[in-house]
Write a protein that binds this ligand. Structure first.
Ligand SMILES: Cc1cc2nc3c(=O)[nH]c(=O)nc-3n(C[C@H](O)[C@H](O)[C@H](O)COP(=O)(O)OP(=O)(O)OC[C@H]3O[C@@H](n4cnc5c(N)ncnc54)[C@H](O)[C@@H]3O)c2cc1C
Length: 376
């Protein structure tokens, strides 16, 4: 399987991050190959809920919050561009997110978030119980307070992942599915080539000028033999999907529980967070806790039609921040460790990585995300 044609960039991992990076690089005129162990987008990128919600998720100000907000601002254009290039719809919804309190503690958390975000000048509105119920029918009668975050949107990440992969192919990116990168081979402190095997068991070496490591939770395994410690851990998350008698008008969250609307009156329910290695089982306890959370918000869930359940692995890091940029090996760029926000962060990550490869620098402040920080 040795490639005779020299590529400009090889991207390891065909999740949303790897494919978004590949798309930007191809648009910049580079010849790009993506090596994907299975099917593009089939891991965390399809398992996610698709919330694009820095305000509802990350309640503290700082550089990471700013990065998330920057990516959120890029989404309308990104979604439109991917739809145009692929011809596929990605169900990007701009109806906002409703945060509700189902307990005294959640009420306090919302109050604190509201005050902090108002001080930051962000758009967020306090709603009375009456206003909350007027916005979303069927909510629990226990809910008498909420916050509306109009800028926190959602997208069908499964459709988006497929659309970005198709957009890549249409832009000339070569996507090698069922192909695993085994190891990088160095020469003069640069990656010279990557060894890979394909489904048939055949192995070979592939060459390029630049390499991008975007293998999600599995990135550390490829970095370690190079002496680069990434301190990554998979964070197992379970999800369920129901069909509701009427469409949910917007994302609704209460504490760790959330309901995300999809097309065809489907509602995605999340989630759990467990550190149990690379295990991906869906468990009875996981299903019970998610259903409890959903019923606390919308009691009608007890009779909604159950469609499916699944799980995925969030690529978490020791400080919960992504790993972006290069290090001592000048032609190896990292784009991984996006933990709970990789769908949100795809456009800004693609912009950063393509700028680093095409121009040699990025205007974004990526120092907090440098791969070498775990060795310090
Ligand atoms: C339950 C759950 C809910 C989530 N909800 C949200 C949300 O609402 N909003 C949000 O922004 N984020 C969310 N996330 C996080 C988000 O899904 C991830 O951060 C994001 O998908 C990471 O994308 P990725 O491309 O880095 O990883 P992945 O999608 O995991 O892709 C990595 C790819 O690399 C491939 N690969 C691995 N090793 C190799 C190798 N050696 N050779 C070749 N290919 C390889 C894998 O097969 C895989 O396809 C959620 C995650 C989960 C699990």
């Amino acid at each position: 399987m040795t490639s005779s044609k020299h590529k400009d960039v090889i991207v390891i991992g065909g999740g949303l991050i790897g494919c978004s990076v590949a798309l930007r690089l191809a648009q910049a005129g580079l010849r790009v190959t993506v090596l994907e162990r299975g099917t593009p987008g089939a891991e965390a990128s399809s398992a996610a809920a698709g919330m694009l919600s820095p305000q509802s998720e990350i309640l503290e100000s700082g550089p990471f919050f700013d990065l998330c907000m920057a990516s959120r601002r890029m989404y309308p254009k990104f979604a439109r561009e991917v739809e145009n290039l692929s011809g596929l719809k990605v169900d990007y919804r701009r109806d906002g997110t409703l945060l509700v309190a189902t307990s005294q503690q959640e009420w306090h958390e919302l109050e604190t978030a509201y005050r902090a975000q108002k001080r930051m000048g962000l758009s967020i509105t306090q709603l009375s119980g009456k206003a909350v119920h007027a916005l979303t029918a069927g909510l629990s009668s226990q809910i008498d307070y909420g916050l509306l975050v109009p800028g926190d949107h959602s997208i069908d990440n499964e459709k988006l992942s497929a659309a970005v992969a198709l957009a890549c192919a249409r832009m000339g990116v070569e996507i090698r599915t069922e192909t695993s990168a085994i190891r990088f081979i160095l020469k003069n402190h640069r990656v010279d080539r990557v060894r890979a095997t394909c489904e048939s068991g055949r192995s070979g070496e592939i060459f390029a000028g630049h390499y991008v490591l975007a293998a999600g939770c599995w990135s550390a395994t490829l970095a370690e033999p190079l002496g680069i410690k990434l301190s990554m851990t998979p964070c197992h998350g379970q999800m369920m999907e129901f069909e509701s008698p009427r469409p949910l008008p917007l994302v609704v969250r209460a504490g760790h529980a959330y309901l995300v609307p999809r097309s065809d009156r489907r509602i995605v329910v999340g989630t759990t967070s467990e550190y149990i290695g690379f295990e991906k089982a869906v468990t009875g306890e996981g299903l019970r806790s998610m259903l409890d959370g959903a019923v606390r918000i919308l009691p009608g869930f007890k009779s909604f039609k159950f469609l499916r359940a699944w799980s995925g692995l969030r690529p978490d890091t020791a400080d919960h921040l992504p790993i972006l940029g290069g290090g001592e090996i000048s032609n190896l760029i990292f784009a991984t460790g996006h933990f709970r926000n990789g769908i949100l962060l795809a456009p800004v990550t693609a912009e950063i990585v393509s700028a680093l490869i095409v121009k040699g620098s990025t205007v974004r402040a990526i120092e907090p995300y440098r791969p070498a920080r775990f060795a310090d």
